[in-house]
Design a protein. Sequence first.
Length: 113
Amino acid sequence: MSGNYEAPHFDVEADRRGAVATVALAGEFDIATAPRFEAALASLEPGYEQLVIDLSRCTFFASNGITTLLDLNTRAQREGFSLVVVKAPPDVQRIFDLTSLDDTLTFKEHPGA
C-alpha cells in the first residue's frame, strides 16, 4: 500500500430533541468507522422514545452496519423505544432491499426526498 492512501469521508452526528434522538451518518460506513457510530449512540442521553438512524447521506454501508442495526432493533424492543431508519440513497439502500430487512426494520423516506 502506498503512503498516499486517504480514508474515505465519514461523519457522524448525534442529536437529541425532546423524546427523539437522531444519529446521522454521512459518507462510507464500514468496519473502520463503526466505532464512531457506536460512540455517537453511547453519547445520547438515555430516555428517548424514538431513535432515528439517518442514512440519507451514506455513500456506502458495510454488512457490519446491518448487524449493528439489527442489534439496535433488539435493544429498542427490549428497552421500549422505537427505531426508525431514514433510507439511504438508492445504490446503498439496495443492500437492505436485497436482504428483506424492511420486514424487520422500520424505514422511512428522508423528509427532503
